[in-house]
Design a protein around this ligand. Structure first.
Ligand code: NAD
Length: 262
């Protein structure tokens, strides 16, 4: 299926690895020019090189910076001739007990997983509406639908973003002008973040990380973790011309892990 977005420009945040990289790769395969960001120059340049090999006619620009800072966001936006597609992403907050989190911990989570995407939406969607086309995809978490007790910072900050998106996506000045805003909710995906979580739990419990990973895999009806490529393909489709009537939605991609009817 031709997704109808070849030649568009996308800003894909936090994309040197994992789910962000999967989204960037899927967009590049569709002929979308991308600006990819990450904090570490080496991994980002390696990813940009890989992305350029996927499509000869596509331009890939790499911007090193922390997307949760004003300077990081300004540099990312400046590198993108126009943002037709915005994929919001950043590292997730650390796990823990809310009793140990002070105000600074909460502000950090809110900056990364709520305010940064909102700032980038604010900077881009009105121009998208003027041009008559725009797609915003926020990478959030299945924790928005089924909270995980030790990920309270994530549950809280991402729920704030979800509420904001639910209202904003439905503004006619956006929805009636070709701009959609949706959230993708990953369950368990095989990325550095998930592997790091198993390594951390292994260090605490003394059990091998692979045994912990296997136990978790068995809790997923699909009996496996998702791949960044699968995630990226869903993102690219949400950015397609065909998905133009879908806005304000939360799409779980979790191999069936969430047990609800809806
Ligand atoms: P990852 O650690 O594999 O990759 C994160 C990417 O973001 C890397 O490229 C990193 O360099 C970049 N990054 C992190 N913080 C950044 C910042 N401040 N500025 C710029 N770049 C930054 O993580 P992932 O698994 O791809 O997760 C992506 C998001 O999805 C995270 O918020 C994570 O919490 C969430 N999530 C992941 C899973 C999963 O199973 N992998 C599940 C639910 C939610």
């Amino acid at each position: 299926m031709d997704l109808g977005i070849g030649g568009r420009w996308a800003l894909v945040c936090a994309a040197s690895k994992g789910l962000g990289k999967g989204c960037a790769a899927a967009l590049v395969r569709e002929g979308v020019h991308v600006v990819v960001t990450a904090r570490g120059a080496q991994a980002l340049e390696a990813t940009a090189t890989e992305l350029r090999r996927l499509h000869p006619a596509v331009e890939v620009r790499a911007v090193v910076g922390d997307i949760t800072t004003e300077a990081g966001r300004a540099a990312a936006l400046a590198a993108c001739p126009r943002v037709d597609i915005l994929v919001n992403n950043a590292g997730g907050p650390p796990p823990g007990d809310f009793r140990d989190w002070d105000r600074a911990a909460w502000i950090g989570a809110l900056e990364a997983n709520m305010l940064t995407p909102i700032e980038l939406i604010r900077a881009t969607v009105d121009a998208m509406a003027e041009r008559g086309f725009g797609r915003v995809v926020n990478i959030t978490s299945s924790a928005v639908k089924a909270p995980i007790d030790f990920l309270g910072l994530s549950n809280g900050a991402r729920s704030g973003l979800t509420g904001f998106v639910a209202g904003t996506a439905r503004q006619s000045r956006l929805a009636a002008r070709g701009v959609t805003i949706n959230n993708l909710l990953p369950g368990a995906f095989d990325t550095d973040r998930l592997r790091g979580a198993f390594a951390g739990a292994a260090a605490k419990s003394g059990q091998p990380a692979e045994a912990l990973a296997e136990a978790r895999r068995k809790t997923v009806p699909a009996q496996r973790f998702g791949t960044p490529d699968e995630f990226g393909a869903c993102c690219a489709w949400l950015c397609s011309v065909q998905a133009g009537y879908i806005t304000g939605q939360n799409l779980l991609i979790d191999g069936g892990a969430f047990p609800g009817t809806f």
